[in-house]
Design a protein around this ligand. Structure first.
Ligand code: FAD
Ligand code: NAD
Length: 467
């Protein structure tokens, strides 16, 4: 078969690129190694983790806050088998949705490992044996994603020393869990089990949690998670982690260089992800990788070989589903000769702990490094009537604005529904709003979004009303 556009990988980057390509009139194929479409995000990432986060949050509230709301329950218990079953159903339904979209858009789906023979010819080899098929394509979009990093001191055995993939399908609620890496995955999946009763210890190399986000967020999140029972060890370097009998023994160096030992039923290794390019046959066509193993691309997301593009986790930038989607649309439109644009500064980052954490634009530390003069205004949720009504008073919203022009440069929040609220900041910043612009817009009362307006008021002239 001959195609105009072929996409390798069916994650949020790949399947979105394929849909946009067909919308633009291209005869399109998508190749996926596994039987299930949707990539990391749908199968072992965003969707299953959020399903478990929601379930565990219900349990946590039933146990911790219902009584205060005047709701009393007897014999509350966790049925982990049912919780996992629901998660699996959510994943299957979402994957089914992608199958539907492929059919609706008349995209040919090939199952097998896609590998370049030359720049226009791709072999598709089924993982579990069977005949290799060959297709040709005018343009190719590589969207093969990423996989977990496993650092050498950890003896990854998939049973007790695990990554997110296994943590999403444990068959028991562990009594104890060590989490190596206090980033997004560690804190989200650590929260799932902590809410179900597991004693979670986070071992982080840096001096704070989520160190790439605004400094205030890591500090505030640390306080809340500790209050929820999570233990955090900072500036600790893991030197060994291996299963011994029915537990994992972790050895780490504390900030004083002294070795400490932590024992846990499970050890989740969540120290980042790395681009996945194995089996693609890139060496056959000379596609270049950078020093971190990512496919090198130019501003058009085209690789070192013309007509071959790469998007999502396999290229530089944030490893986020919505970033991959934007790039999928961008490349399809580039191929069609359009002039698309992505504002990478305005790709929001979210951590689905509770309270949720979200940020967009520049962090305070970045602005300081750049020597840019800025003003900062913040508003705590404990001063919000809506937050008191829902018992979600932890956290705050911080707005950073240019000292002279008042243009919003960054918005960082930790609090209820921050994941959804950050969209207001993205819209405002895309239109280059000033803090005063937001502070003069009506926000419905009582809503959590009033805290954004109040933080903007605090940033303009320290004139927040409710603090
Ligand atoms: P992927 O989704 O990784 O898809 C790549 C696909 O390519 C895979 O299906 C793979 O099998 C296939 N493939 C690889 N090589 C070949 C080949 N040679 N031939 C054929 N197919 C191939 N991001 C968010 O924005 N929000 C979240 O809430 C979030 N939660 C996450 C939770 C977890 C536990 C994890 C692990 C990740 C999470 N992420 C989240 C990150 C998100 O999943 C990724 O950023 C996103 O999936 C990247 O999309 P992609 O299309 O680049 O690649
Ligand atoms: P991460 O980069 O978010 O966090 C890794 C953490 O591990 C960092 O805090 C880092 O300092 C720490 N670390 C690194 N090496 C260490 C070591 N040797 N010892 C102790 N700590 C160490 O990575 P992740 O949590 O594995 O997530 C991977 C990717 O998946 C991220 O890029 C993230 O964007 C994406 N993701 C996103 C979401 C979301 O959007 N909600 C959820 C999950 C994953």
């Amino acid at each position: 078969m001959k195609y105009d556009v072929t996409v390798i990988g069916s994650g949020p980057g790949g399947y979105v690129a394929a849909i946009r390509a067909t919308q633009l009139g291209f005869k399109t194929a998508i190749i996926e190694k596994y039987n299930s479409l949707g990539g990391t995000c749908l199968n072992v990432g965003c969707i299953p983790s959020k399903a478990l986060l929601d379930s565990s949050e219900h349990y946590h509230n039933a146990e911790k806050t219902f009584k205060t709301h005047g709701i009393e329950l007897d014999n509350l218990k966790v049925n982990l088998t049912q919780m996992m079953k629901r998660k699996t159903e959510v994943v299957s339904q979402t994957v089914e949705g992608i199958n539907f979209l492929m059919k609706k858009n008349k995209i040919d789906v090939y199952t097998g490992v896609g590998s370049f023979v030359d720049k226009n010819t791709i072999n598709i080899t089924p993982r579990e044996g069977g005949d290799t098929q060959q297709i040709t394509s005018d343009k190719v979009i590589i969207a093969t994603g990423s996989k977990p990093v496993v650092i050498p001191p950890t003896k990854y055995d998939k049973k007790r020393v695990i990554t997110s993939t296994e943590a999403l399908k444990l068959e028991e609620v562990p009594k104890t869990m060590a989490v190596i890496g206090g980033g997004v995955i560690g804190l989200e999946l650590g929260s799932v089990y902590a809410r179900l009763g597991t004693k979670v210890t986070v071992i982080e190399y840096m001096p704070s949690l989520i160190p790439t986000m605004d400094v205030t967020l890591g500090r505030e999140l640390g306080k809340v998670l500790r209050k929820q029972g999570m233990k955090c060890l900072f500036k600790h370097e893991v030197v060994n982690a291996e299963t011994v009998g029915d537990e994992v023994v972790i050895k780490a160096k504390n900030p004083k260089g002294k070795e400490v030992e932590i024992k846990a039923d499970y050890c989740l290794v969540s120290v980042g992800r790395k681009p996945y390019t194995e089996g693609l046959g890139l060496e056959n066509i000379g596609v270049k990788l950078d020093d971190r193993g990512r496919i090198e691309v130019n501003g058009d997301l085209e690789t070192s070989v013309s007509g071959i593009y790469a998007i999502g986790d396999v290229v530089k930038g944030a490893m986020l589903a919505h970033k991959a989607e934007e790039e999928g649309v961008f490349v399809a439109e580039k191929i069609a000769g359009q002039k698309p644009h992505i504002n990478y500064l305005l790709i929001p980052g979210v951590v689905y702990t509770w309270p949720e954490v979200a940020g967009v634009g520049h962090t305070e530390q970045e602005l300081k490094e750049q020597g840019r003069k800025f003003k900062s205004g913040s508003f705590p949720f404990r001063a919000s009537g809506r937050a008191r009504a829902s018992m979600d008073i932890d956290g705050l919203i911080k707005v950073l604005a240019d000292a002279e022009t008042d243009e919003i440069l960054g918005v960082h929040m930790i609090g209820p529904r921050a994941a959804d609220m950050i969209a207001e900041a993205v819209v405002a910043m895309e239109y280059r709003a000033s803090a005063e612009d937001i502070s003069r817009m009506s926000h419905a009362h009582p809503t959590f979004t009033e805290a954004i307006k109040e933080a903007c008021l605090a940033a303009t002239d320290n004139r927040a009303i409710h603090i």
